[in-house]
Write a protein that binds this ligand. Structure first.
Ligand code: LR7
Ligand code: MN
Length: 595
């Protein structure tokens, strides 16, 4: 029937245009939602020509008043980004950087300077860009739980969603504050939302710390969109991230999907692509990434087809809201952090659903080296939560876990009857079925065998290419940087002393990873926590940050994660001490590499 086809196409187009246009020039009416601890401001859509004298549309990027935070700059282009974005100019910068690492375990100075909007490199496979997604897709409620998140990281997460999601697909963003303690997440956050994000952004405050698992269930209970999308509070969504997630859910509502999680460096905030891998786990019940088996890759779509994944990392996924509820949400006996990702993964597969990674959807996440918070009572919530999931889902295979963690065999784990009832109600498969059908790669050790050796990722013998080598000469004192003791001594400090062209212990290599390696042995390294400590020689770790230096402009030697330059301390002293200092282009900060 051509007529109906025409009518429905026209309607779709009209609706699409209406929603798109009303997003661009929003007439606002603020409607506080009554009841509960949540508040929200809803935007009422009105035809453009009837816009009354009401409040003016909020400015896109209002300047922040706090002196400690840079005014929100315009959007940063991906190409504008430089590793020197963390440069420290004064004590205030230093304080923001150091406190930021302490409280958040990433470089908050750079995060603040980036502001709330920036361009990202489009990390998708070229073939993704040719893919066309239907216009009629379920609407999404994005749920973001946070506890003591850095203000700028949280707001960049929210704005990235608003900036890169078609308005008609974004039903709402629900922020769940898990009883954070930081001052700026209180009044200031509410004011920011009220003034700049009215309409779609709702804030729910937990009266006590619940942890991310109950936090998400609370967020989901406030949601009214068709699909729930969970994100961590330090993410940035990339181009066309949502449509590829919604499409498979629309086709089959028992499909749960994850984007590819790109890497945002904790030290530089640089956004880089992740390889396509899938989720697994080990018998210690830790999540791990696995290569994608060939058998999963040989579809006609090759590199961009959805990939079945035995588990998910946990933080970033989309799921039909009704299905989330039918499937038993989460185990609300799980506290704070850990284990819920394996629990929901097992539950999805064992109870009739499927879990896919969607290579054409990309979302970045700040990967930190440590978790900057604990649980309120200091408990090991990962062990508690893992015990619960082992007892509910793993049948006889929980013995594999206990073989590695014998001390947990007799540990209490609370009441799991409600979870066992979920398993029964949904008539789920056995854990054996899951292993056989979904994760056949998993090795099962005989109960009396030695515990499995952990498998280390073999990075191969490839060393990064050396770009420059020779002595590292300070131009002020005309001396060279060397180890104070032996160049092989880990943790040893460096000093300047008389240059000797024939001394192999004065030989520095500067490679494409921006490492400085002395005598082919150790890397010049800065403590990220105590930037007042002098640089030292440490084993090369190959992940940038504390060992990332830039050598270039005006002969300065700039340390990326510290934001300062290497300087000779007291040029007249024969001790030759060096330290990090605010980059000022002065003579004691001038270095030349080469012979
Ligand atoms: O008590 C808390 N209350 C919270 O609201 C503790 C945390 N949170 C919030 C927190 O602010 C953050 O937004 O919950 C979110 C996740 O906490 P993170 O960022 O500390 O967790 P993570 O990224 O270290 O850990 C991963 O595993 C967790 C297991 O419980 C969760 O599933 C996280 O969501 C998950 N993150 C990801 O999957 C992102 C990719 C990481 C990988 C691999
Ligand atoms: Mn996280």
């Amino acid at each position: 029937c051509y007529g109906c086809l025409f009518t429905s196409v026209t309607w779709t187009l009209l609706l699409f245009l209406y929603f798109t246009l009303s997003q661009e020039s929003p007439p606002f009416k603020y409607v506080p939602v009554p009841g509960g601890q949540s508040f929200s401001y809803q935007r009422r859509f009105q035809p453009r020509f009837t816009r009354g004298p009401g409040p003016p549309p909020p400015p896109q990027d209002p300047p922040r008043e706090q002196p400690h935070r840079a005014p929100v700059p315009g959007r940063k282009a991906a190409a504008d980004f430089s590793p020197e974005m963390g440069m420290i100019f004064n004590e205030q910068d230093q304080e923001i950087r150091d406190m930021g690492y302490h409280k958040h375990a990433f470089n908050v100075l750079i995060s603040n300077r980036l502001g709330y909007h920036r361009d990202l490199p489009d990390t998708r496979n070229e073939k993704c860009k040719e893919k066309v997604y239907g216009l009629v897709l379920p609407s999404a409620s994005v749920v973001i739980c946070f506890f003591n998140e850095a203000f700028s990281a949280l707001l960049r997460t929210v704005h990235s969603v608003l900036d890169r999601t078609p308005a008609y697909l974004l039903h709402e963003i629900i922020l769940v504050d898990d009883n954070s303690e930081l001052a700026d997440l209180k009044e200031e956050l509410e004011t920011y939302i009220r003034q700049n994000l009215p309409g779609k952004v709702k804030l729910v405050r937990n009266e006590k710390r619940e942890g991310l698992i109950r936090g998400r269930v609370i967020g989901a209970s406030h949601a009214t969109g068709e699909v729930l999308v969970f994100l961590d509070s330090h993410c940035e969504v990339n181009e066309m991230w949502l449509q590829p997630l919604l499409t498979p859910i629309k086709e089959d509502r028992r499909t749960v999907v994850c984007p590819v999680i790109d890497i945002i460096s904790a030290d530089t905030l640089v956004y880089s692509p992740s390889p396509i891998v899938r989720g697994g786990f080990n018998w210690g019940l830790h999540f791990k990434w696995d290569p994608v088996p060939m058998s999963e890759l040989n579809s006609p779509d090759g590199a961009i087809a959805p990939i079945r994944s035995p588990t998910m990392a946990g933080g970033l996924f989309a799921m039909d809201r009704k299905y989330f509820n039918d499937l038993g949400q989460y185990d609300n006996g799980m506290d704070i952090w850990g284990g819920e990702n394996l629990e929901i993964s097992f539950r999805i597969w064992m109870c009739g659903g499927q879990l896919l990674i969607i290579p054409c959807s990309r979302v970045g996440h700040i990967f930190r080296k440590r978790r900057p918070y604990g649980s309120p009572g200091g408990q090991d919530t990962m062990a508690h939560n893992s015990l619960r999931l082992a007892h509910v889902w793993m049948d006889e295979y929980k013995e594999q876990y206990f073989a590695l963690r014998p001390e947990l065999r007799t540990r209490g784990y609370g009441d799991i009857s409600e979870r066992l009832a979920v398993r029964k109600r949904l008539q789920c498969h056995s854990f054996r079925w899951y292993l056989d059908n979904i994760y056949p790669e998993m090795q099962v050790a005989a109960p009396h065998n030695k515990p499995q050796q952990p498998v280390f990722v073999n990075k191969g013998l490839r060393r990064p290419k050396v770009l420059q080598r020779g002595r590292l000469r300070n131009l002020q004192v005309n001396k060279c940087l060397v180890a104070q003791g032996r160049p092989s001594q880990k943790g040893g400090v460096v000093v300047v002393k008389a240059c000797d062209l024939n001394d192999p212990e004065q030989d520095w290599a500067y490679d494409e990873e921006h490492e400085l390696i002395l005598a082919g042995l150790l890397c010049l390294d800065m403590s990220e926590i105590r930037s007042s400590d002098p640089p030292r020689l440490m084993k090369c770790h190959g992940s940038g940050g504390s060992q990332q230096w830039t050598l270039g402009k005006s002969n300065r030697l700039y340390q990326v994660s510290v934001g300062q330059c290497l300087a000779v301390m007291d040029p007249l002293s024969h001790k030759g001490y060096v330290a990090m200092a605010i980059c000022d282009g002065s003579q004691p900060q001038q270095w030349q590499l080469g012979d």
